[in-house]
Write a protein that binds this ligand. Structure first.
Ligand SMILES: Cc1cc2nc3c(=O)[nH]c(=O)nc-3n(C[C@H](O)[C@H](O)[C@H](O)COP(=O)(O)O)c2cc1C
Length: 246
């Protein structure tokens, strides 16, 4: 049988647990603040998004089975609720006060930033332009107006589906948030893995809403970064056109 632990051991374990819980909460709060920074992004307007819903007609298993890369889109715009739901599934905050999100993140450091290129007409009641998602308030910040979808298509080796969706979600990464703790492994492995998690959530959420999407990885990084006016320390990892089914 085991010896009873000494009072000193019990005290050391208790203090360690308290410190780790405190650090976890503090890091979560810090990462919320840090990931709200938009760098050279000059936001002109804040757009609140409707609260996400956790109801749905499709089980996770049914969405996994039905999921496909869909490259043709209908003409009608998305609703603001649909847009909010899609963004929430990718990077929405699902636990407070820790700030933990819909997709897992190495060290809870949250290196991903989401930009939305809204087409014409892309989303009911939203002027076309480029927006940035702010998970902390579940809202968008508008950075520019004007439809940059045709330019995004050209920057994506002219793939027609990039210009044909109602919107494109551009997933960018701030590698430094993760390399500070994990070094090169963070950049080479963890950050791209996180883009994969977030993209799969989008695929499944789009399937559940009866929408179409496709992961696009073929594009000129610098041109895509410029189009969404992301800071130089961000690298685009994915473009996801989303729209109604054709
Ligand atoms: C990392 C990655 C990059 C991709 N890049 C593109 C792309 O640039 N253009 C495109 O049309 N599809 C792209 N796809 C989608 C794949 O072509 C698609 O997933 C594959 O054909 C399997 O079909 P499914 O998604 O319907 O199962 C990409 C998928 C992944 C995972």
């Amino acid at each position: 049988m085991f010896d009873r632990p000494s009072r000193r051991t019990v005290l050391t374990v208790a203090v360690t647990v308290v410190i780790s819980v405190f650090l976890d909460l503090a890091l979560g709060a810090i990462s919320i603040v840090r990931t709200d920074g938009g760098g050279r992004w000059q936001a002109t307007e804040t757009v609140p998004l409707p609260n996400p819903s956790t109801d749905g007609n499709l089980s996770v298993a049914a969405a996994i089975e039905a999921r496909r890369s869909r490259r043709s889109f209908g003409e009608d715009p998305l609703t603001r609720a649909e847009l909010g739901q899609l963004l929430w599934s990718m990077q929405g905050i699902t636990q407070r006060p820790t700030g933990h999100r819909a997709a897992p993140s190495a060290g809870a450091l949250f290196p991903l930033e989401l930009y939305v290129v809204v087409g014409d007409p892309g989303v009911e009641g939203l002027p076309s332009g480029v927006y940035r998602y702010r998970p902390s308030n579940h809202e968008l910040r508008r950075g520019s107006t004007g439809n940059v979808q045709p330019a995004l298509q050209r920057a994506s080796v002219d793939q027609e589906h990039v210009g044909a969706g109602a919107i494109d979600v551009v997933v960018c990464a701030v590698d430094e948030r993760t390399t500070g703790k994990y070094g090169r492994r963070g950049e080479r492995r963890y950050v791209p893995m996180e883009a994969g998690h977030t993209g799969q959530n989008l695929y499944l959420q789009a399937e559940s809403l009866g929408l179409s999407t496709v992961a696009v990885g073929a594009f000129a990084d610098d041109r895509v970064r410029d189009l969404v006016v992301a800071p130089a320390d961000q690298r685009p990892l994915y473009v996801f056109p989303v729209g109604r089914r054709a």
